[in-house]
Design a protein around this ligand. Structure first.
Ligand code: V47
Length: 379
């Protein structure tokens, strides 16, 4: 029996894959066979359903005390070329300028040393006052950790205050690669692996959902990728609040790791497949098109992914690192990409409640708004 046949048997028996399986799968060259295994698991969990949402990104400041080697977005100090910090009013105006169909704002910032904590509370509360139905997926665990240290609060206090201001969930950024060897080289200034995980678990215990990521394709080994995935799986066994895993492909422009080539499309697809196979307790795997490129993201829908993220207006982190993807995709374009892949589009909100599917995808904005009101009353 071949190695892949043995894996297929394990999957059939719902047996967990282990570290050695993961490493061997990542080194596997039979890409179609690997994809077929991941697709079987994807279809067992979601059938053909493929999720997307209508969202925007908001990066209110790129001033950041951390000097992560892969980052092209941050500036160490106010006044450096390219550094910016929006006022709360300017940030809220960005949201106000977006159409009413927006259901999510994804907020990630630099670790700014000079802003008061009230800046972040006012930002969340101001967006909520403007559009109460919008879900705020905001602040990576790295930012939550920084807030606790910088403003002298516990992690729970930070989370509770942000929740009171309108925080709805945590995005998955800042995880990078958990291995200490890698963190020491590429992101030594920020919270470590155990701290990142503990913050997500604290959020889960307070009733928040969150996402998780892996930044791959730079200096990490295949073993370190698998170790990262298994640490996420172990954390999820305890608190169960991760909704979605998002592989983030390293982009090499305008940062200190420019000499590294970044992952190929085959590396991307293998990682999606292996993540789907190892992460048996995380419901969704997202092909974030703004990072992966639209074409690879669409292909990933047959390699374990069941989500394309959203319309993603105003994305900056990948654009500054050399991504050539469009500024935004319309809702109609996302639906077309999913259908062209032979999958069934489902518009979701951040927590995976269905906003529209089937004929309702073409419903009038009024009918769609009615559905959103029902969802918000139930939330
Ligand atoms: O934390 C930064 C990564 C992350 C680069 O939770 C880079 O739904 C590659 O986390 N090359 C931010 N990656 C993006 C993120 C995210 C995106 C979409 C959806 C969600 C979600 C989360 O991007 C950072 C870092 O890990 N990153 N620079 C780069 N040059």
């Amino acid at each position: 029996m071949s190695f892949l046949e043995k894996i297929a048997e394990k999957l059939e028996a719902r047996e967990r894959l282990d570290f050695a399986d993961g490493v061997r799968l990542l080194g596997e060259h039979d890409l179609p066979a690997l994809g077929a295994l991941a697709n079987r698991v994807r279809e067992r969990m979601h059938g053909d359903r493929t999720y997307f949402n209508v969202n925007m990104h908001l990066n209110a400041t790129n001033v950041c005390v951390a000097d992560c080697k892969f980052c092209s977005f941050a500036r160490l100090e106010e006044g450096m070329p390219g550094a910016y910090t929006m006022t709360v009013a300017e940030a809220i105006a960005k949201v106000a300028s977006r159409p009413a169909e927006l259901t999510e704002v994804h907020i990630v910032n630099g670790l700014h040393p000079g802003l008061p904590f009230s800046y972040y509370e006012e930002l969340l509360a101001g967006i909520k006052a403007l559009r109460p139905a919008i879900h705020l997926k905001a602040f990576t665990a790295v930012e939550i950790h920084w807030f606790a240290e910088h403003y002298g609060m516990t992690i729970d206090e930070v989370l509770r205050r942000l929740m009171a201001a309108g925080l709805g969930s945590l995005p998955g950024g800042g995880a990078e690669v958990f291995a200490e060897r890698v963190r020491n080289k590429i992101c030594r200034d920020k919270v470590g692996a155990d701290g990142w995980i503990a913050i997500h678990q604290a959020a889960h215990r307070l009733g928040l959902r969150s996402n998780c990521t892996l930044l791959y394709g730079h200096i990490e080994t295949l073993e370190e990728r698998v170790d990262h995935l298994l640490r996420l799986r172990a954390a999820q066994d305890v608190t169960g609040g991760f909704q979605t895993f998002i592989p983030l492909a390293f982009h090499n422009e305008n940062n200190a790791l420019e000499r590294l080539p970044g992952p190929t499309a085959v590396d991307d697809l293998k990682l999606f497949a292996v993540a789907r196979l190892l992460l048996d307790n995380i419901p969704h795997v997202k092909a974030y098109w703004a990072m992966l490129g639209v074409k690879t993201a669409q292909t990933a829908l047959w390699f374990g992914a069941d989500d394309l993220d959203g319309t993603v207006e105003e994305e900056k982190i990948y654009k500054m690192a050399g991504s050539r993807t469009p500024e935004a995709l319309s809702r109609g374009e996302l639906i077309r990409l999913i259908r062209a892949a032979g999958r069934t589009p489902v518009e979701r909100d951040t927590l995976y409640h269905v906003v529209a599917e089937g004929d309702a995808l073409a419903a009038s904005p009024e009918r769609r708004r009615g559905r959103l009101e029902v969802l918000n009353e139930g939330a």
